[in-house]
Design a protein around this ligand. Structure first.
Ligand code: CP3
Length: 343
């Protein structure tokens, strides 16, 4: 998940100097923000500092980050006719700053830990673009999905084309794995997820398959596990509400990633350690990348984030008492945040 952010004093210092989009678009600063959690927490992977919404801006949608309000699209795309205003961008030209940041990160890390690139799934990106920002009910998106599903499919397909080019660009610039965030995939029941969200997602996944390990993150997706078992990705990442043992039974042999409740890092250190031990036991029986179940919360104490990473690394190096799986089977790595890296 998200591991950089406002809980880190050095991130707040960067944000004192520049706004969020300028930070994303200045490769030296984005590289610095990427490395902050690696240095501070000792996570086992770096997560590129960027945002899932940047490719929508590259398609021609105006994007603003208003302090306190999160992301906003002042001119949302809500009907078939609006799609004509979006282009298939030349990603080197419009998103080259992300690739430049990745190259800098690879150079600075010099192989110490791998770098994970990422993007949103077409469905989740469309959710923000259609709604005009975050939303409680995503009514405009859902109204479109019932009223003109073919029209919405055109938008999703355009977003898939841009996403694929963008993610291939990240691989080209040195990303060693890619995570796809489907934060709003859980809005759909399984049948509608298969008919609406899956086709454009498959387009992206099929274009990336075999080029790097793919991690798919679903939030609120307990009803989608059957459908997800067939998705050809190496790693399935879930939020904290789902017990990993249950996911393991349904997920068809995939490595699992997650899924400590980010709010658990607001607990005292002893409780964090107990929760991490329980998480490792729950994740036993196959590959497990220890992570949070969503992005790290801004009020998290840095020491608590570090306690999470340290206890995950220490406990996963020992045989787990409650299960009889081997250390190799449990091969846990810690990345924090929502998807990767420990925070
Ligand atoms: O670990 C890292 O380096 C993080 C890189 C990263 C960011 N966004 C930077 C960011 C990642 C992996 C994301 C993913 C992302 N962005 C998602 C998918 C994961 C999830 O959280 O569900 C989504 C939905 C977004 C869109 C987005 N960006 C929202 C809704 C917000 C506002 C939320 C908030 O906490 O204010 C952002 C802003 C954002 N993206 C921040 C960061 C560090 C906070 C910006 C700041 O205040 O400086």
């Amino acid at each position: 998940m998200r591991q950089a952010g406002r809980y880190l004093p050095e991130y707040r210092a960067l944000r004192q100097k520049v706004d969020f989009l300028t930070l994303c678009k200045t490769p030296e600063l984005a590289a610095e923000a990427t490395l902050q959690p690696v240095t501070r927490l000792g996570v086992d992977a770096a997560i590129l500092f960027a945002d899932i919404l940047l490719p929508l801006e590259a398609m021609g949608a105006e994007l603003e980050f208003v302090r306190g309000d999160g992301p906003t699209f002042p001119r949302p795309v809500r009907r078939r006719e609006d799609i004509a205003g979006l282009r298939l961008p030349d990603v080197e030209e419009s998103l080259g700053y992300v690739f430049a940041a990745l190259r800098l990160v690879r150079r600075e890390l010099a192989g110490k830990v791998p770098v994970i690139g990422f993007g949103g799934t077409p469905w989740t990106l469309a959710a923000y673009l259609v709604e005009g920002g975050g939303s409680r009910h995503f009514e405009h998106l859902l109204a479109w999905s019932y009223g003109d599903p073919e029209g919405l499919a055109l938008l999703l397909d355009r977003i898939a084309d841009t996403s694929l080019a963008y993610l291939l660009g990240q691989l080209n610039a040195g990303a060693q794995a890619l995570q796809l965030f489907d934060t709003w995939g859980g809005l759909l029941d399984a049948e509608r997820w298969r008919s609406l969200a899956l086709p454009p997602l498959r387009k992206v996944v099929d274009g990336l398959r075999g080029k790097a390990p793919l991690i798919y993150y679903i939030h609120g997706g307990s009803h989608l596990l059957d459908a997800l078992a067939d998705l050809p990705v190496e790693v399935l990442s879930v939020d904290w509400r789902l017990p990993l043992g249950r996911v393991r039974r349904l997920a068809g042999g995939k490595v699992l990633q997650g899924n400590l409740d980010p709010a658990a890092l607001l607990a005292p250190r002893g409780e964090i350690e107990r929760r991490v031990a329980a998480l490792l036991a729950e994740g036993a029986g196959g590959g497990h990348i220890v992570n949070l179940g969503h992005g790290i919360l801004p009020m998290t104490a840095v020491d608590s984030a570090r306690a999470f990473v340290e206890s995950a690394q220490r406990l996963s190096a020992q045989p787990a008492a409650p299960s009889n799986s081997s250390a190799k089977e449990r091969r846990a790595a810690v990345t924090s945040g929502a998807s990767g890296a420990a925070p």
